[in-house]
Design a protein around this ligand. Structure first.
Ligand SMILES: *[C@@H]1O[C@H](CO)[C@@H](O)[C@H](O)[C@H]1NC(C)=O
Length: 516
């Protein structure tokens, strides 16, 4: 374990004067441009470097530029240089480092050792990530350095372990090594210091600059239990949702409650008002505020009306069900608190976005919408093949005539019609319980086994789909058995091309709205 005292000095900028003197063009930019000739020497001379490989025409690179600049300015004081390489000029260099998209960010510890940058492309995230990279996974703290260490990041984690307790030391150290990108860790074996911090040995204390300021863990010292505790303890009672925190909340495994408000004052007030509710339901639900001016478009994903703020909704992130709060009502913490409890207790029906149920089914393909999904797909004793499509998806359009042809094979034969249904749903206009990542997605819900749908992975030809239904359906119906062969045999047996299997992912959201 390295002692962290000298590091703290450099982190706190004691060496800043020396490093800024070396820079000449700092008046205009703190990001250093490097070329094939200068790159290797530069990363040899600096212990830790963050490099951006970019192309001048790349939109994401342009969006990153001001944030990268700000991060470079902040990190300059900590002696961590941020550099950039124009890959349209330095082609050879970019090939050497296997740059295959722009921007690519890599952390260098010398020319031989580089790892992908693993944080968000935001100033704060870059600063925090690189600061953590500059420290050992576990720093050593003493009575003299503990207070200073606590101030180094929003959250720091300190293990208090007896000097002869090798088992706990090992668990804590490997936990720290696995999570060093996300948190700063320190350890101490000073029993008196542990006592002064209200902790026994072994235990772990998470210090944070919000809520109750610290949490003590003295449960089992295995990585999984520690992780579970850190997840809860590091999440603010009422947090703020933005591009940096979105992924964390979506993968937390518990529902997320959104409070949309347009002004900072309102959001601060809601944060205060909802804290006791969040404390009561800690570990059951996460609560966040979000800036309705920037992220108002997110209301449509939660089945809320746009532009009526403040607004409140809960999303069950594992089932993707949505519980919008009545927008004619005021967002009152006490009333909303009851709603939150009812949702957690399963007393509220999720809202389902749905097109109107069609009065008649026109073609051979059955049209399913959000409100008829349960009846037409799940609550029946038929083998149901369902295509999830999007109106803008080109692969879906080219599938359409073949899908109609397939559907007709079953719809036109009375004894088949009883047992097999070929259906489709516009998954952009209707809520479905399935998590769909690309279009088209095709699944078979076999009779009697509706909770185990089988996803179709083959090429999108009529013949292969017929075989799929026959092999995976309860009734093993062969759509071609009645002699009703599809007309264009040649097309049907053509080998699968890449585009017949490809799916499309949703188009980026409209310009002008920030994406979460
Ligand atoms: C944990 O073990 C390492 C390696 O043996 C040692 O350097 C360190 O001081 C120990 N940490 C504590 C808190 O005892």
């Amino acid at each position: 374990m390295r002692s962290f005292t000298p590091l703290i000095l450099s982190l706190l900028g004691v060496t800043a004067a020396a490093s800024s003197a070396a820079d000449t063009d700092s008046a205009t930019t703190n990001v250093i441009s490097l070329t094939t000739d200068t790159f290797d020497d530069f990363v040899k001379e600096h212990e830790l470097v963050l490099a951006e490989f970019f192309a001048p025409w790349c939109g994401h690179c342009k969006a990153l530029a001001p944030k990268y600049e700000d991060a470079a300015t902040e990190l300059k004081d900590k002696n961590i240089p941020l550099v950039k390489v124009d890959c349209t000029v330095e082609e050879e260099l970019c090939r050497t480092y296997e740059v295959d998209g722009y921007p690519t960010l890599k952390v260098f510890r010398g020319p031989e050792s580089h790892t992908p940058y693993g944080g968000a492309r935001q100033t704060d995230s870059i600063v925090s990530y690189m600061t953590k990279q500059s420290m050992p996974a576990v720093s050593s703290v003493s009575e003299e350095t503990l207070e200073e260490f606590k101030t180094l990041d929003k959250i720091v984690i300190v293990g208090y372990v007896g000097s002869d307790d090798k088992t706990s030391n090992k668990s804590f150290t490997s936990f720290a090594e696995a999570n060093r990108d996300n948190f700063m860790f320190a350890a101490s074996n000073d029993a008196a210091l542990a006592k002064a911090e209200g902790a026994k040995q072994p235990s772990i204390v998470l210090y944070k600059d919000f809520d109750e300021k610290k949490d003590v863990y003295d449960g089992k010292f295995d990585e999984e239990s520690i992780m579970q505790w850190v997840k809860t303890a590091s999440t603010p009672l009422v947090g703020e949702l933005g591009p940096e925190t979105y992924a964390k909340y979506m993968s937390a495994g518990i529902p997320l409650a959104y409070i949309f408000a347009e002004t900072k004052e309102e959001r601060d007030q809601f944060t205060e008002d909802f804290r006791p509710i969040a404390a009561k339901h800690r570990g059951e639900i996460n609560i966040v505020t979000l800036d309705a001016k920037l992220f108002g478009a997110h209301t449509s994903n939660l089945n809320l009306e746009p532009e009526i703020f403040p607004a409140f909704a809960i999303q069950d992130t594992t089932k993707n069900s949505k519980y919008p709060y009545d927008q004619s009502k005021k967002i009152d913490a006490k009333e909303v608190g009851k709603f939150i409890k009812d949702v957690i207790d399963g007393k509220v029906e999720p809202s389902i976005k749905s097109e109107p149920i069609p009065e008649t089914q026109e073609g051979p393909v059955t049209v399913v919408v959000g409100r008829s999904y349960q009846e037409l797909v799940i609550d029946n004793d038929k083998d149901v093949l369902l295509e999830f499509y999007a109106p803008w998806c080109g692969h879906c359009k080219s599938l359409a005539p073949k899908y109609d042809e397939l559907a007709a094979l079953y719809a036109d034969v009375p004894e088949f019609k009883e047992k097999v249904v070929i259906a489709k749903i516009d998954a952009t206009a209707n809520d479905v319980p399935d998590s769909i990542t690309g279009f088209p997605t095709i699944k078979l819900y076999p009779a009697g086994k509706k909770d185990e749908p089988v996803e179709y992975e083959g090429s999108r030809t009529v013949e292969d789909l017929i075989t799929f239904i026959k092999e995976n359906g309860k009734y093993q119906i062969d759509g071609l058995a009645e002699g009703a062969k599809p007309e264009q045999g040649g097309d049907v047996t053509a080998p699968a091309s890449a585009s017949e299997k490809a799916t499309e992912t949703p188009a980026p959201s409209e310009e002008g709205h920030d994406e979460l």
